[in-house]
Design a protein around this ligand. Structure first.
Ligand code: KG4
Ligand code: ZN
Length: 340
């Protein structure tokens, strides 16, 4: 395991992701091609309307080795001696107890199989998800990273060179979806539930506020959430589907507008989408059509590569390993890790 001498040009990487409520493991070849991807989405949190950190860690602990085995065997390999070249694992940001399970499992497998370990930043993993798809990214790219914990506009000059040019000053976009869904009596996670309900509603039924139209690239969603709650309480006759569709429209509107403004101001050649909220159909279609109208290339991963998965961690890990070498076995879990 010599530092900086490792090439994974044709190698297989195992990616392990346990930062939140998905126990996810994948085998990826060349950092781009997914051979297997297994995701166990924890169900224990649904009755609480949000992730309970203690339960998340315990569920990961129970599931992790089974999910690793399914991913290894799904790629046609054998658990006893898989032809894997390295193990990439999410080291942060995320829930401490959840991250620690993935990191400990990765270290144990790295020792047992005698292969290097590489710690991956979860946010960088999301940005690498587009590399698992066919279309190569044209740089510089403005990437909209929208998940349950983060909402950021990131200027990517090339892989590994990131500049955060805007972010949420309060709730993340996914958090707003989850909170509004909970208030409307829909299930958890709220994003897919709102999306399903919104199909039957009119996005123009209610004009909810679009916050921070101040020329900045920052976002604010807590006022929108309050506006939805207040409106719904005062207008019991208006259907949940109209409220869901109008809320979704307000979120998508600001996300797309600010991303495209950033692309134009920073001279980006493409815009890209990353993170769980990137699975939202309305966001995908509106961003695509408005970016194409401006002659910008659009890189949008498939829905399953937007939400948390092991393949994106393997993709980012392959690149990190090739460029910076493996991590030390003293690797820890870093709950508040920032984008490198
Ligand atoms: O990236 P992710 O899987 O986990 C984090 O890193 O947070 O994102 C999860 C978030 C949740 O808030 C979930 O409600 C949201 O992504 N989400 C969606 C959709 N699918 C997942 N939001 C809107 N529309 C969707 N279809
Ligand atoms: Zn995520």
């Amino acid at each position: 395991m010599e530092l900086n001498s490792y090439s994974v040009a044709n190698g297989l990487i195992l990616g392990i992701e346990t930062s939140c409520d998905e126990t996810a493991v994948a085998v990826v070849k060349d950092g781009t091609s997914t051979l297997s991807s297994v995701i166990y989405s924890q169900q224990v949190h649904s009755k609480f309307g949000g992730v309970v950190p203690e339960l998340a860690g315990r569920e990961h602990e129970r599931r992790i080795l089974g999910v690793v085995r399914d991913a290894i065997e799904g790629a046609g390999l054998k658990m006893a001696k898989p032809q894997i070249e390295a193990i990439a694992v999410t080291m942060g940001p995320g829930l401490a107890g959840a991250l620690m399970v993935g990191v400990a499992a990765a270290k144990a497998l790295s020792l047992a199989w005698g292969i290097p370990l590489v710690g991956v930043n979860h946010l960088e993993g999301h940005l690498f998800a587009v590399r698992l798809e066919r279309d190569p990214i044209v740089y510089p790219s403005v990437m909209l990273l929208v998940s349950g914990g983060h909402t950021m506009i990131v200027l990517v000059e090339k892989p590994g060179k990131y500049r955060v040019i805007g972010q949420s000053v309060d709730d993340a976009a996914g958090e707003a979806f989850d909170k509004v869904a909970r208030f409307l009596g829909l299930g958890y996670p709220g994003g897919p539930e709102i999306e399903r309900e919104a199909q039957f509603g009119d996005p123009k039924a209610v004009r909810f506020p679009r916050a921070l139209r101040d020329g900045s690239f920052n976002f604010s969603f807590s006022g929108l959430k309050t506006a939805v709650v207040t409106y719904a309480k005062r207008n019991a006759d208006v259907g949940v589907s109209d409220i869901a569709a109008s809320f979704e429209d307000a979120v998508v509107d600001v996300l797309v507008e600010k991303t495209l403004n950033a692309a134009s101001i920073f001279g980006a050649k493409s815009v890209a989408l990353a993170g769980g909220v990137g699975a939202n159909t309305r966001l995908r279609t509106v961003l695509t059509s408005r970016a194409h109208a401006l002659d910008l290339a659009v890189c949008i991963p498939s829905r399953q590569n937007c939400t948390d998965n092991g393949a994106m961690i393997a993709a980012a890990g392959a690149w990190r390993l090739e460029n910076f070498g493996p991590s030390d076995l003293a690797l820890g879990a870093y709950p508040s890790l920032a984008l490198p």
